[in-house]
Design a protein around this ligand. Structure first.
Ligand SMILES: Cc1ncc(COP(=O)(O)O)c(C=O)c1O
Ligand SMILES: Nc1ccccc1C(=O)C[C@H](N)C(=O)O
Length: 411
């Protein structure tokens, strides 16, 4: 990566000097020469993970073999131990979280459960037209499976409130838009949905670990999320499902499996659900992935989520301010809201040659994302990024956009 020779402004240096999270950067094994602005797609490797994976493979699996399910390693309860670590980050009780399966599968489980407890006769699933594709596809697929009797009402996310009418069975939303970074008002929309009797599902893929989430305090009904983004659980890490405690006994379990049974090894013919959300873990826990996620979550053990949010807003507002001059001389358009309450922990711009621009940035070690059709997306993770990183990233973006290398393509 080509680093700028322009010195870091004193005000940014001062922000880093008094950063209460500065020490957590050393806990991540980031390659030299990289500014990683993609922790919202795949979080980096936490220092504790390689040893934990080696232990799980060599000792728990290699030496202890099948004894690890119930012995010291207690793999049977690994999903529950991960749930306990996750609970604080999303404002849940540990017994309200089922850890395992992909987010897509958890959207299916959540939607089936939510439709099952929605007021009888309602036929509308309200969602964001630009929701992440998997949420839309799962809803389409489940509707087809149920005979096609539901209407998937997909509207712009700025218009959700006005579409919350008394025919809405379930409101299925992602709190932070993966393209624009717009953050919806989880508490306000949940209250409005409840006012018309609708059941809520929140996809927290771009929320959990990025800022404090208070599912219990807002009264949200269901939620899902990914383990591999801001939670740093590694590629393909298990996702999770949140079921508010008050719904546990009434919400139908679409995928009933033996691992969600109250007494797994009884091998009973009849399904008796385990206590708590564990009943929504149908099959054998993904032990290696759960082990990595379990270790990675320790990154949050001594961290105040309010500090994470404060630093995230500082990083994103610094980035937007430093990018500002580029907007005057390049066809760049900021698509992330500038109001702090309305954004998550990413900043995105439209650019007609976004794909090429991101390719050149990545070649310089400034790793963000391109998202169709024309989005440059930069994720900011307070646990390992500094204001100096933001400064250097903008120097690199400036060089790419202004630079000779862009002649003949990227204007
Ligand atoms: C909002 C959202 N939901 C779900 C997913 C992914 O789900 P899965 O882990 O099943 O691939 C992503 C990203 O991949 C996402 O951004
Ligand atoms: N799971 C992945 C596998 C491969 C490539 C990207 C992803 C992502 O997670 C994308 C992310 N959901 C996004 O907001 O774009």
């Amino acid at each position: 990566m080509t680093l700028t020779t322009t010195p870091l402004p004193a005000d940014l240096l001062a922000l880093d000097t008094r950063d209460p999270l500065a020490h957590t950067r050393a806990d991540f094994l980031l390659p030299p020469g990289v500014i990683y602005l993609d922790g919202n797609s795949l979080g980096p490797l936490h220092r504790s993970v390689p040893a934990r994976l080696a232990h799980a493979a060599q000792h728990e699996w290699g030496d202890q073999l099948i004894r690890s399910w119930t012995g010291d390693a207690d793999w049977m309860h690994l999903p529950d131990r991960v749930a306990a670590k996750l609970a604080r980050l999303i404002g849940a009780q540990p017994h309200e979280i089922a850890v395992g399966d992909s987010t897509s599968v958890n959207v299916f489980k959540a939607l089936a459960a939510a439709l099952g407890i929605a007021p009888a006769g309602r036929r509308v699933i309200l969602t964001d037209a630009d929701n992440f594709p998997t949420d839309l596809y799962v809803a389409q697929g489940l509707n087809a499976l149920l005979g096609g009797g539901y209407e998937l009402r997909a509207v712009p996310n700025t218009e959700i409130a006005q579409h919350l009418t008394p025919d809405v069975a379930v409101m299925l939303l992602t709190e932070v838009d993966y393209r624009t970074g717009r953050r919806l008002d989880l508490g306000g929309l949940t209250a409005q949905a409840h006012a018309v009797g609708s059941v809520t599902i929140w996809d927290l893929a771009h929320s959990a670990g990025a800022f404090p989430v208070d599912l219990g305090g807002t009264g949200a009904d269901f939620a899902v999320g990914c383990g591999y983004k801001f939670l740093n659980g590694g590629p393909g890490a298990p996702g999770y499902l949140y079921v508010a405690g008050r719904h546990l006994d009434s919400a139908p379990i679409a995928i009933r499996g033996w691992m969600g049974h109250a007494d797994v090894f009884e091998m009973a013919r009849e399904f008796i659900p385990a206590p708590g959300a564990r009943r929504f873990v149908p099959g054998t826990p993904q032990v290696l992935g759960l082990s990595a996620l379990d270790a990675a979550l320790d990154a949050f053990a001594d961290v105040d989520m309010q500090d994470i949010r404060a630093k995230s807003l500082s990083l994103t507002s610094t980035f937007m301010a430093l990018m500002e001059p580029l907007l005057a001389r390049h066809p760049l358009e900021l698509v992330t809201p500038t109001a702090p309450d309305e954004r998550g922990s990413q900043v995105s711009y439209r650019h007609p040659h976004a794909r090429e621009v991101m390719g050149q940035l990545t070649a310089r070690g400034i790793i963000g994302d391109f998202r169709t059709p024309d989005i440059l997306r930069f994720g900011f993770t307070p646990l390992y990024l500094s204001h100096a990183d933001v400064w250097h990233a903008v120097q690199g973006i400036t060089a790419v956009l202004d630079g000779a290398a862009l002649d003949g393509g990227v204007a």
